[in-house]
Design a protein around this ligand. Structure first.
Ligand SMILES: Nc1ncnc2c1ncn2[C@@H]1O[C@H](COP(=O)(O)OP(=O)(O)OP(=O)(O)O)[C@@H](O)[C@H]1O
Length: 409
């Protein structure tokens, strides 16, 4: 039911409509008491910039937060009625000056912990524990379940059955493993890690690593000229590749402990990873069946194909604008041109204005990420990459840029 504030005349009309009965719904605004939850030693400390750093640190050591104050209360009163941290403000009030919780003598407040995104890792799991563990005396006791002290807040949540199992991600990856290539699976796995928050990423990895990286031994052989890569080298390289994908979303393997880290510095061997990605596309395009689409082109596509490809091979540096109605085969043509050029060893950068459109292009990326285009483009805006950057190296080696634009009427 939607609630609405009704004016006095409105109430009189309602009263008439309801035949003289007037139902008054009393609404009371409850006070909310918001409490912080910080990881050990990570609470906020206010300081005066003129204070000495040793004083600030000494004070920070001593300072109680609402959470450590809650622990302190149960340490001092072990027989007190056990409440969760979330419930605690209903019965106790935080004295900001003395930094202690005192029993609430009047009023009513609903306890509320500040929101923490699942992306925040351990802080999210600590918050989850604090909403169920009663009368906790320390961080350690929040992590204890059935007399077992867990190393991380997350494993304590798993032991308590607070996290959903990863069955849906297992099924998703199982299905994808049947149909998708190793590199597509790696990308999917990085999306599962960054967007779906699986409770046990390492277990998922162990289950699917073989499928996710079934192409890696071949890749190492062809790209790095290592004729017989060992299992440990393959494992290390697949962790490196996954880490690179996570970094595109501003994350890394360190955010998903206990996932292992790559030990070898593959970046040195790989050199420019952007060029390396294109070398892989070149290898794919050199497959005997890669260029069969040329034969499928209709007359118009074929004429555009010949004009573009000839211009590229003759280094004419021409700009083409290809226009056509929806579904007339423009993307099909772009991919055919790109594959042809790649099959002859050239780098072709394919970009689109949106992420979804970029997925239709082989090796496609968004124009914004490829060219570092700022989101708000002003008269004096420019693409922010330096001459020495990996991007600049890539563009110096690029033969053709295909940019898919979508216009909406
Ligand atoms: N010559 C061709 N032979 C076989 N299939 C083709 C051919 N040209 C296009 N197609 C198919 O037609 C469909 C539409 O083509 P495509 O997506 O390339 O069109 P488009 O012009 O890019 O569309 P939009 O403007 O909506 O993005 C696709 O499934 C594509 O594979």
């Amino acid at each position: 039911m939607r609630s609405k504030i009704i004016s006095m005349p409105g109430i009189l009309v309602l009263q008439k409509l309801l035949g003289g009965y007037l139902v008054i719904l009393c609404m009371k605004r409850f006070q909310r008491s918001c409490v912080w939850q910080f990881l050990p030693g990570m609470h906020r400390v206010l300081f005066n910039p003129r204070e000495s750093i040793t004083d600030i640190l000494a004070r920070a050591e001593q300072e109680e937060s609402t959470l450590t104050g809650f622990f302190e209360y149960y340490n001092a009163n072990p027989n007190a009625c056990p409440y969760t941290y979330q419930e605690f403000p209903q019965y106790f009030v935080w004295n900001k000056t003395q930094k202690i919780w005192t029993p609430r003598v009047r009023g009513f407040a609903i306890g509320r912990m500040y929101f923490v995104s699942p992306n925040a890792g351990e802080r999210f799991y600590l918050r989850l524990l604090l909403s169920v563990v009663k009368g906790s005396k320390s961080f350690e006791s929040s992590c204890t379940f059935n007399n077992v002290v867990h190393d991380t807040f997350k494993s304590a949540c798993i032991a308590r059955g607070l996290l959903e199992d990863d069955e849906e991600w297992v099924q998703c990856l199982q299905e994808a493993a049947i149909m998708k290539t190793g590199s597509q699976l790696r990308r999917l796995f990085s999306v599962v890690l960054t967007q779906c928050f699986p409770s046990q990423p390492y277990e998922l990895w162990n289950k699917f690593a073989v499928h996710i990286c079934d192409d890696l031994a071949y890749k190492i052989q062809t790209l790095f000229s290592i004729p017989h890569p060992t299992a440990a080298e393959v494992e290390d390289y697949r962790l490196y590749l996954l880490d690179q994908l996570l970094q595109e979303s501003g994350k890394s393997l360190k955010d998903f402990l206990p996932m292992p880290q790559p030990t070898r510095n593959w970046s040195v061997i790989v050199g420019n990873r952007l060029i390396l990605e294109h070398q892989q596309l070149i290898l794919d395009a050199q497959h005997p069946n890669a260029n069969t689409n040329v034969e499928l082109l209709n007359d118009e596509q074929s004429s555009a194909y010949t004009t573009i490809v000839t211009s590229v091979f003759e280094n004419k540096g021409t700009t083409f604008f290809l226009n056509g109605g929806a579904g007339t085969g423009k993307t099909f043509l772009y991919n055919t041109v790109a594959t042809k050029c790649r099959s002859l060893g050239h780098i072709v950068v394919c970009v689109a204005s949106s992420g979804i459109a970029s997925l239709l292009l082989i090796g496609g990326r968004t124009a914004h990420s490829t060219f570092s285009i700022p989101l708000d483009v002003l008269e004096n805006s420019f693409c922010s990459f330096s001459k020495q950057s990996l991007q600049a190296q890539l563009f110096r080696n690029t033969k053709l840029i295909i940019w898919e634009l979508k216009f909406r009427a």
